[in-house]
Design a protein around this ligand. Structure first.
Ligand code: TMP
Length: 241
C-alpha cells in the first residue's frame, strides 16, 4: 500500500493517490479551521478521532444499506476510500435550529425541526459555500432536480440511522453536513462524519455551553475541545448494538 502523489490538501484532510487507480488514501489532520478558514488552530488528536469515528459510522451506515466510499483504516488517522467524482453540493440536515440557521432566520437555538430541514450549499471556498436554491442548482448545472431529490432522500435516510444511533449514545444529533460522490451513476456517501461536521449535544447536560461536544467548542472558544471530541468517540465506540 505505497502512498503516491498528494492529490489535494484541504483544511482538515489530505488526499493521496495509491497504486490502485480506484482507491485513494485520506489522511485526517489535527488542523482546525472555522468561518471559512478565518479562524485557525489545532485540536490535538483530532485527526485520529475523526478518522476512527467516521470509520465506525460508515460501517454502520453500510450495514444499514447506505453505500459509502469507506474501505478500511490502514492507520489510525488514515482511511482508504473508493475514488468518486465529488458532487459539489454540501448537504446539511438539521433536526434542531442552531448555527447559521439561527443567525439567518432568527429561529431560537434548539427549536425542534419536524420534519428535519434539508439544505444545500455550494461547495466552493472562494465563494464562502453559499446556500443554494433548487433553481440555482439547476441554473448552475450542479445537478438535476431528480438528482437533488435523490440527495435529499439519502440524507434523510442517513439522518434516521444516525439520529437513532447517537440517541443510544446519549447524544442529540442537532445537525450535520454530508458530501456525496458518484461512481458511474451510483450516488455514494463520501467525506467524513465527525464532531467537525456534526453538532452533537450531550443529553446529560442542559447548560447550553456544557452540552456542546463538537467543533462549536472551537468555533466559540468554549474550551475543552480535545476532551469533548474524545468523549464522543468513546461513546460511539462503546455502542455495540
Ligand atoms: P452551519 O449552521 O454553520 O450552517 O452548519 C451546519 C452543519 O454543517 C454543522 O453541523 C456544521 C457543519 N459544517 C461543516 O461540516 N462544514 C462547514 O464548512 C460548515 C459551515 C458547517
Amino acid at each position: 500500500m505505497a502512498t503516491q502523489d498528494k492529490l489535494y490538501e484541504g483544511k482538515a484532510k489530505i488526499l493521496y493517490a495509491t497504486d490502485e487507480p480506484d482507491i485513494l488514501l485520506t489522511v485526517f489532520k489535527d488542523d482546525a479551521t472555522a468561518f471559512n478558514a478565518q479562524k485557525r488552530g489545532t485540536i490535538a488528536g483530532k485527526g485520529e478521532i475523526n478518522c476512527r469515528m467516521s470509520a465506525h459510522l460508515f460501517r454502520r451506515l453500510e450495514a444499514a444499506g447506505v453505500p459509502t466510499h469507506f474501505i478500511d483504516c490502514p492507520q489510525p488517522h488514515t482511511m482508504r476510500v473508493q475514488a468518486v467524482r465529488i458532487v459539489p453540493i454540501e448537504v446539511v440536515v438539521r433536526n434542531r435550529a442552531a448555527g447559521s440557521l439561527c443567525k439567518q432566520t432568527g429561529l431560537p437555538l434548539g427549536l425542534a425541526l419536524e420534519p428535519p430541514l434539508v439544505e444545500f450549499y455550494y461547495k466552493n471556498d472562494a465563494l464562502g459555500d453559499p446556500l443554494l436554491t433548487l433553481d440555482r442548482v439547476c441554473v448552475m448545472q450542479l445537478a438535476t432536480a431528480e438528482q437533488v431529490a435523490e440527495l435529499r432522500q439519502m440524507a434523510l435516510t442517513i439522518n434516521q440511522i444516525l439520529t437513532a444511533f447517537f440517541d443510544q449514545c446519549g447524544i442529540t444529533l442537532v445537525d450535520f453536513k454530508l458530501e456525496f460522490g458518484r461512481v458511474g451513476d451510483r450516488l455514494i456517501l463520501a467525506d467524513e462524519i465527525s464532531p467537525d461536521t456534526c453538532r452533537l449535544w450531550d443529553q446529560a447536560e442542559s447548560d447550553p455551553d456544557r452540552r456542546v461536544m463538537d467543533k462549536d467548542r472551537f468555533r466559540q472558544d468554549l474550551g475543552q475541545v480535545e476532551a469533548a471530541y474524545q468523549r464522543v468517540l468513546d461513546r460511539v465506540l462503546s455502542q455495540n448494538t
